[in-house]
Design a binder for this molecule. Structure first.
Ligand code: UD1
Length: 358
């Protein structure tokens, strides 16, 4: 029986890993051991995802969090290496672009364990983003690179991956499976729309947490001013990431809108289904908006999901108040057709089969 070690640590990774773990359990021909680095640790940033999505309990929780990038990644590397030496897996699976991703890839590669990177090939071409550095480094040392989109495959070709002894292919986007599978459950289990007394189809769902926005207080203020302005026309609901909440509090900043604690996956799906549009700087939420047929305003200067912008489903506005408001008004008028298939089908199964062949 093949043995896989899955390494995860941050919220979006729980969502992605849930899909593959379910397929692994269905076939029962691979043993999966999960390491949670502890990067995200609050009940509503971590535990709730394991409960709702029925992700197998991690065998290890490293409880490494709240540190600067170097210390965080370094401590993870050290602990993960120890565990991999003990567990001796055939394969290590990592997701996305966080510090947990990079630490996992590096530890495995140096022990000559095969590395599978799910969500490979994405690029923002902004080397100031910690996530971009993590992506590039992780891709370079992975053995099987599973790309969510055609653009991601193209990025790897442009970087010369065809000349390397690795496999890279389009698998589709694993988050699509998560939305499809958990949507029926969320309808039964979540009452967030009623609890917040939201008018269905008439509120904006927002999330802001990216370091490039939170670390520049002027940018952050501008984004929140824009949200406040939108809120005067159409209610804005914003589950606040702990980093954003902390920075707003430190600067004594308060804005008029519905700010709530981070929500679990079921609540998020229901908010997505019932909102009018999404405004975010998150990577995952841009696609989740698309899967739920909602337009998305991206509060960043660039995106890894270029196909959303080029096909008119999302608008890139940075932190500029005028641009944000214009995007809001434009999307309020538009009637978009979301039937385009940009992110593949049956992605969990496809990824599973590729891993089996490795
Ligand atoms: C990380 C990822 C980012 C991903 C995001 C999803 C990196 C470099 N970035 O950013 O790619 O989009 O996760 O949310 O890995 N905190 C809490 N409670 C928690 C989690 C975090 O209070 O449960 C605090 C941390 O202590 C820290 C801050 O929030 O002060 C930010 O957390 P951190 O893990 O540094 O990165 P994220 O911004 O979440």
């Amino acid at each position: 029986m093949k043995k896989i070690v899955t390494i995860l640590g941050a919220r979006p990774q729980f969502v992605k890993a849930a899909v593959l773990s379910r397929v692994i359990q269905k076939y029962n021909e691979i043993e999966e051991v999960i390491i949670h680095t502890g990067q995200h640790y609050d009940q509503n940033m971590s535990d709730i995802f394991f409960e709702e999505m029925q992700i197998p309990k991690p065998k290890y929780n490293l409880q490494i969090n709240g540190l600067r990038h170097g210390a965080m990644t370094g401590q993870m590397l050290e602990k993960i290496e120890e565990i991999l030496v003990e567990e001796k897996p055939d394969i290590v699976v990592i997701y996305g672009d966080t510090n947990s991703t990079l630490a996992g890839a590096l530890a495995a590669k140096k022990l000559h364990i095969k590395v599978v990177h799910i969500e490979a090939g994405l690029r923002s071409f902004n080397m100031k983003m910690p996530e971009e550095i993590n992506r590039i480094m992780t891709d370079r040392i992975s053995d099987l690179l599973l790309c969510p989109t055609d653009a991601a495959v193209e990025n790897l070709k442009n970087e010369g991956f065809e000349n390397m002894d690795v496999i890279f292919e389009k698998s589709g986007d694993i988050m699509k499976d998560a939305v499809e599978y958990y949507s029926t459950l969320s309808e039964e289990k979540s009452s967030v729309v009623e609890d917040l007394d939201l008018e269905k189809g008439n509120f904006v769902l927002a999330t802001i947490h990216r370091q490039e926005n939170t670390d520049d207080i002027e940018k952050l203020k501008e984004i929140f001013k824009s949200l406040e302005e939108i809120n005067s026309k159409c209610e804005v609901v914003i589950p606040l990431h702990p980093r954003t909440k902390k920075i707003l509090a430190e600067h004594d900043l308060m804005f008029q809108m519905t700010a709530i604690e981070p929500v679990g996956y079921f609540d998020m799906l229901e908010l997505l289904k019932n909102c009018k549009m999404v405004l975010t700087d998150s990577g995952g939420l841009q696609k989740e908006a698309f899967f739920n047929q909602k337009p998305c305003i991206i509060a960043r200067e660039e995106t890894e999901w270029t196909e959303l912008v080029s096909n008119g489903f999302a608008k890139l506005v940075g932190s500029d108040l005028e641009k944000i408001l214009t995007a809001f008004y434009d999307f309020s008028e538009e009637n978009l057709d979301f039937s385009m298939n940009l992110f593949g089908e049956n992605v969990g199964e496809t990824i599973y089969q590729s891993i089996l062949k490795l």
